[in-house]
Design a protein around this ligand. Structure first.
Ligand code: FAD
Length: 445
């Protein structure tokens, strides 16, 4: 290893950012140079996306600017489109201009996961996932815009379509996103004279016979009852068959027409993993050792949603793809990168699942922590305090706390900024109108 080892981190999410933070704190001067590459310039604290979608916290407060927190690292933005672990290079495509080839001595490979979809007709055209800040902001604007439409139209079919909201997949992301958005929409109904909460139709479709498996069967059943008591139509053991043109067909025979189809039926490793040249398991995840190196590549480390890390607390199984593991793995991974640089022994990753907390809308939650079951207001409070303690940087903690405090005194904003996704529309309309007003050009002879 040269004096200046080149550490390259692919992915600036949970694993990438926390690894870089620890490395920049612990590396000795001149020991290594860290480069982190991500498509975005920020890390998203995904557990707060449902609250951002519901307007409980400002979307900017749930992301961490990488350049601000990683002053000791070089940050590059763009898509990594290829990895050659034998040549020790990574192909980067910045968001403009020519591509770059980045060399490394040690690679941390952490591109995470993407939504796992199925070849259901119409899904790609009508559906939206719930993994990114952009999706969360879009859904908030979209749900409110649907209320605007329903309140303004005289056509009952358009109104029914606008007031139908369907989520497929009842894990963490689906249940929390639906619960928070339904809570927001219920609140917003107060401002729409023709819409009562009972006029809206919220559906949760789940293929297995349980919801929120992360909190255990008993708490999952309790959550199901709570959602149904709120009027949410939860259908377990049910699959979506088709979504052509927003016409949804379920395998229990039900059919709905909607403009809101949120797909939260699990995740799969990022497509980059497939083309990385690294060894994969049956689920397409990178095969990791217990020390978080990649099998057969002592200079490549991996962790998080993209990696199959052996679970030392459950022999024969691999760690679940969640933030709980990602953050803890990042710590061990960073220490093992340092150990590799310094010629020391690596330590294995070992963490027993501690349980989970989930928010189900304002003042409602569910949790199972080390066998202790908590529900309602105490669980919601735990959900908030836990995630506040985990969200990176004091700056973000204070901003989120201020958002929550203001929400105690003022009602949440219910304005739909739908134009955000098409900011040039107004200007283009103005140009078109001016052209129409202009006289035909006169041809001079
Ligand atoms: C709505 C929601 C709520 C959740 N709530 C919880 C919770 O309460 N508790 C919990 O434990 N877990 C929760 N999770 C799961 C948790 O967020 C993930 O397990 C965690 O983010 C995984 O970390 P990661 O570093 O592997 O991936 P990510 O954090 O997703 O980071 C991957 C990074 O890689 C970048 N990237 C990917 N491909 C490329 C490429 N080709 N080029 C450049 N950059 C690339 C991405 O932009 C991203 O920044 C939730 C997830 C969601 C979606």
């Amino acid at each position: 290893m040269t004096d200046f080892a080149r550490i390259l981190i692919v992915g600036g999410g949970y694993v990438g950012m926390y690894t870089a933070l620890r490395l920049q704190r612990r590396l000795r001067r001149g020991e290594a140079h860290i480069t982190l590459v991500d498509a975005d310039s920020y890390m998203t604290y995904q557990p707060f996306l449902p609250e951002a979608a519901a307007g409980n916290v400002e979307p900017r407060h749930v992301v961490v600017p990488l350049r601000r927190v990683l002053g000791g690292c070089r940050i590059l933005n763009g898509w990594v489109v290829g990895v050659d672990p034998h040549a020790r290079t990574v192909d980067l495509r910045p968001h403009g201009g020519p591509g770059r080839v980045l060399g490394y001595d040690l690679l941390v490979f952490a591109p995470g996961s993407v939504s796992k979809t199925l070849p259901i007709p119409g899904l790609a055209e009508c559906g939206i996932g719930f993994k990114t800040l952009e999706e969360a902001i879009h859904l908030r604007n979209h749900v409110l815009a649907q209320l605007d439409l329903a309140d303004s139209t005289t056509d009952p079919a358009i109104r029914a379509r606008a007031l139908t909201f369907v989520f497929v997949g009842a894990g963490f992301a689906g249940v929390e996103a639906l619960a928070e958005l339904e809570d927001m929409a219920r609140d917003a109904c107060a401002y729409y004279p023709t819409i009562e909460p009972g006029h809206m139709r919220w559906l949760l479709v789940e293929a297995t016979d349980r919801i929120l498996p992360e909190v255990g069967p008993e708490m999952g059943r309790w959550t199901l009852e709570q959602l149904r008591a709120r009027g949410i139509d939860v259908r377990t053991g049910t699959r979506l068959l088709s979504a052509l043109g927003g016409h949804l067909v379920l395998d229990d025979g039900a059919e709905f027409v909607t403009d809101t189809l949120v797909w939260t039926a699990g995740v799969r490793p990022h497509p980059l993993v497939r083309d990385s040249g690294l060894p994969l398991d049956g689920g397409g995840r990178v095969r990791a050792t217990t020390e978080l190196t990649v099998e057969g590549f002592g200079n490549v480390f991996t962790a998080g949603d993209c990696a199959a890390v052996p679970d030392l607390t459950k022999p024969g199984e691999t760690c679940a793809p969640n933030a709980q593991n990602a953050v803890r793995q990042a710590r061990v991974l960073a220490d093992n990168v340092l150990a590799t640089l310094r010629g020391r022994a690596l330590r294995p990753y070992r963490h027993a699942y501690a349980g989970a907390v989930a928010g189900l809308g304002l003042h409602q939650g569910v949790a199972q922590i080390r066998g202790h079951k908590v529900r309602g207001l105490p669980a919601w409070f735990m959900h908030r305090t836990y995630h506040l303690s985990q969200v990176p940087t004091l700056n973000k903690k204070v901003r989120i706390l201020v958002d929550w405090t203001l929400a105690l005194f003022f009602r949440r904003e219910i304005v739909s900024l739908g134009q955000l996704s098409d900011p040039r529309a107004e200007f283009e309309r103005a140009v078109r109108a001016e052209r129409e007003d202009m006289p035909e050009p006169v041809t001079l002879r």
